[in-house]
Design a binder for this molecule. Structure first.
Ligand code: PLP
Length: 824
């Protein structure tokens, strides 16, 4: 098969003389290896070659980067600042090469140097500065802002250690520190001259005549140092900036202590200060962990605001027109302190009165909500805030007073709604509601899918919505098709480009032109052939890493995402056990062979989620060693889920598991990546699954189970899972086996608590959805046996996913929230 994208790439490069392109890159890589990495080509390791290649590619970005910055200043473009505590960026080499149109030349250049391109790309560490969907969204949006021509800046923290690396030992998750910076990071530029002092603690003193004004005198300072990573958009259109902050002590060490030989004291401050950017999400189950987390949030918010206000004033002379040139998006409530910090800067440093300061703040800031789960809604104890951020706490009280005065003027809002509207939660220990603070300080508050927007209006923000009915909107998430199709599934990307041209890469709606090809004489077979090759690629990796042999004829059924009870990996594994029982009861029936693949990390302190990982591995051990069943059903847990693993697994999936309890998954983006790569979704009517359903049509998605309103009704009416179990023999048998230790003979009690909780409580309605889910799985089997019918549905999924591009989402943000202009 010829490779049209490759050809196109070569053609574009031909215009700029491909020979010289290859030669230039080759020279650049050699020179970086020698003079920057400091290695003789004869003794260079793969990683050395990776460093040299990345540095050479980075140089190519810098020219465009400088040009982009000049353009932003010259045309006074509106700047969009995306504040996020997480950026799950993954590897950058392929992304950068792809968007610069240099994949072909780079492969050739390395080949001519006697180096294997794929070995080089795989030696890049996976930058995991995030937990899951929220952080990955931030990374997709940065790329999409650069691709749609928006002057976008990402602001976050440069964690020394990102999300832990997950090892599976005896079926248990073991967390080990991740060390992405151990061998240096070739993509970033340290900016030692861009530093800001971040105050903490201390007290607030009245100032000026009549004590009208206040001054915050922090008791300690930490220094934020900037590190910039260029973010290149599709076809190198623009190169935006991801600026991450690293924490440094204000004074390197105490000389007096050092000279007295008190070395620990001498460096105590240094240790305390740099701990702020040490790790992503320190375990916040302890008070000390919580305090560190709050410091992290304030640290990056304060550094980012000082930076952007300084830039704005430098260019425009005043902050009075800030919203005209600046939009700020808060990715969830982690940066919600930006509201109080901006108001503080405007009042204390620029002499605005509160009302004006709040108006300017609100016109600048917008907030994306990512979850309605009560336990995930951020609140901070007032006492902690008063100790760490006394001036901000004072300002939050003032904002609250203004806000509640507005409430009082509105006659239709009954006074008994005031507690629900207040920024302060007065129940058992007073706390600041960060979601409310973000809402009150924003001109737009968006959900991330249609259903999620609706539920926001009805639940957490019901009263605030009544007060500000125009404020809540929703923008359904999107993913960048460059990474999630073009780069991770080259076979499919080439096939598509050959069939309909390569315009889809920049304009995803073009994918719809694949629809007529469902009935083509050869296209469906070639589509399935690509899927098979992707499965073989995954099979090879599983064999190398886990020593397990799989067949590409099996249906690859994949659930990869963070481990969480609401995502219901438990439902999946229970159904697998029931299916296993079915197979054992009728071993000679024509079962469709299935490989069930799981991957995902559980938060270190989330014991139930870790127990579910153990259960999956326990069930896998029994099933995979059972000679009766193992050709019909295989179960795998792939360790250390991250972006790179997602890029390997998603193109190989036939079936995508999106089975959250309806109403609990705000959007999901994994669901989009799978469908884009031609997997069928089995899922509940939740989050963006609903919109995927609307786009691909009901015949091309496998929807089952309770809807969000039905889930709410069950919770209201009181729910008796025990009765459901009793009435569902397959489930009862499954639970009895797990409870009785069939899968944990060495520790028969292991799952007693898990099963008993399910039968008595089942907050996530696993038992309620079990029968519908199991029945749907057998429908999937029947469909999978009809090869051409399946192919048609898979092609439809790819063809109809255009709308889920991050480019579409970013254009909506630009038009509806930021007032920024995206290019067509
Ligand atoms: C896309 C993605 C996610 C989000 O997946 P969901 O299924 O939407 O929760 C999480 N982690 C990684 C590495 C991803 O690529």
């Amino acid at each position: 098969m010829n490779r049209p994208v490759e050809i196109q790439q070569t053609r574009r490069d031909e215009r700029t003389e491909p020979e010289s392109e290859v030669a230039t890159l080759k020279n650049a890589i050699e020179s970086k290896l020698l003079y920057t990495v400091g290695k003789d080509p004869a003794h260079a390791s793969v990683h050395d070659w990776y460093m040299a290649t990345a540095l050479a590619v980075r140089d190519r970005m810098v020219d465009r980067w400088v040009e982009t910055t000049r353009r932003t200043y010259a045309q006074s473009e509106k700047r969009v600042y995306y504040l996020s505590l997480e950026f799950l960026i993954g590897r950058l080499l392929i992304d950068s090469l792809t968007n610069l149109g240099l994949i072909g030349p780079c492969r050739t250049a390395l080949h001519e140097l006697g180096v294997d391109f794929d070995a080089v790309r795989n030696s890049e560490p996976d930058a995991a500065l995030g937990n899951g969907g929220l952080g990955r969204l931030a990374a997709c949006y940065l790329e999409a802002m650069a691709s749609t021509g928006i002057a976008g800046f990402g602001y976050g923290i440069r964690y020394d250690h990102g999300l832990f690396r997950q090892i599976i030992r005896d079926g248990n998750q073991v967390e080990v520190p991740e060390d992405w910076l151990a061998f240096g990071n070739p993509w970033e530029f340290e900016r030692p001259e861009v530093t800001f002092n971040i105050g903490l603690g201390g007290r607030v003193e009245p100032k000026g005549p009549g004590g009208q004004r206040f001054e915050w005198r922090p008791s300690e300072y930490v220094v934020a140092v900037a590190y910039d990573t260029p973010v290149v958009g599709w076809e190198g259109k623009r190169v935006n900036t991801l600026r991450l902050w690293s924490a440094r002590p204000a004074a390197p060490m105490q000389f007096t202590d050092f000279n007295r030989g008190q070395y620990q004291d001498a460096f105590a401050e240094q240790v305390r200060a740099s701990s702020i950017s040490r790790v992503l999400y320190p375990d916040d189950s302890t008070p000390a962990g919580q305090e560190l987390r709050l410091k992290q949030e304030y640290f990056f918010v304060s550094a980012s605001l000082q930076d952007l206000v300084r830039r704005h004033v430098m260019q425009h002379g005043t902050v009075a027109n800030l919203p005209k040139s600046v939009a700020m998006q808060l990715n969830d409530t982690h940066p919600a302190l930006a509201v109080a910090e901006l108001v503080r800067i405007l009042i204390d440093e620029h002499k605005f009165v509160l009302r004006t300061a709040l108006e300017l703040t609100r016109a600048t800031i917008a907030y994306t909500n990512h979850t309605l789960l009560p336990e995930a809604l951020e609140t901070w104890p007032v006492a902690l805030m008063e100790r760490l951020l006394p001036r901000h706490m004072q300002i939050i009280y003032q904002i609250n007073a203004l806000h509640l005065a507005e409430v009082a003027e509105r006659k239709e809002i009954s006074p008994d709604r005031v507690p629900a509207l207040s920024l302060i939660d007065e129940h058992g220990g007073r706390r600041v509601k960060m979601g409310h603070l973000a809402f009150v300080g924003s001109h737009r508050v968006n959900g991330v899918s249609g259903l999620h927007g609706k539920l926001m209006r009805e639940s957490v923000f019901r009263e605030l919505h009544q007060l500000h009915p125009e404020r809540i909107t929703h923008i359904t998430n999107g993913v960048t098709f460059r990474r999630w199709l073009l780069e991770c599934n080259r076979g499919l990307a080439d096939l598509i480009s050959e069939a309909i041209g390569a315009a889809w890469i920049g304009d995803s709606t073009e994918l719809e032109r694949l629809m007529p090809l469902r009935n083509d004489a050869v296209f469906p077979d070639r589509f399935l052939e690509v899927k098979r090759r992707n499965k073989e690629r995954l099979i090879g990796s599983v064999l190398r890493h886990l020593g397990v042999v799989l067949s590409p004829d099996s249906l690859f059924d994949v659930q990869v995402k963070r481990m969480h009870e609401y995502k219901r990996q438990l439902l999946n594994i229970l159904e697998a056990v029931a299916h296993y029982n079915e197979i054992r009861a009728a071993p000679h029936k024509d079962w469709v062979p299935r490989v069930k693949i799981f991957a995902g990390k559980a938060a270190a302190s989330y014991h139930r989620a870790k127990l579910i990982i153990k259960l999956i591995n326990d069930v896998a051990r029994i099933v995979n060693n059972d000679p009766i069943a193992r050709d019909k059903l295989r179960i795998l847990f792939l360790p250390n889920y991250n972006v790179s693993l997602a890029e390997l697994v998603m193109p190989a999936a036939d079936l995508s598991e999106q089975i959250s309890t309806a109403g609990m998954e705000a959007s999901g983006t994994g669901n989009m990546k799978f469908a884009l790569n031609g997997a069928l979704t089995i899922g509940t009517f939740d989050g963006a699954n609903i919109e995927i359903h609307d786009h691909v049509g009901p015949d091309n998605i496998m929807i089952f189970g309770l809807r969000a309103d039905e889930v709410a009704a069950r919770h209201r009416a009181g729910y008796a899972p025990g009765q459901i179990v009793a009435a569902t023999p397959a489930l009862a048998e499954t639970l009895a086996a797990i409870r009785g230790g069939v899968f944990s003979p060495e520790d028969p009690q292991r799952y007693v608590g898990l099963v008993d909780d399910l039968v008595s409580n089942d907050h996530f309605l696993v038992t309620a959805d079990f029968a519908a889910y199991a029945a749907k799985q057998r429908e999937v089997d029947a469909l999978f046996q009809q090869r051409s019918v399946w192919a048609g549905k898979a092609i439809t999924n790819t063809a109809k996913m255009g709308w889920f591009s991050a480019d579409r989402a970013i254009r909506e943000y630009a038009a509806e929230i930021w007032g920024a202009r995206a290019e067509d």
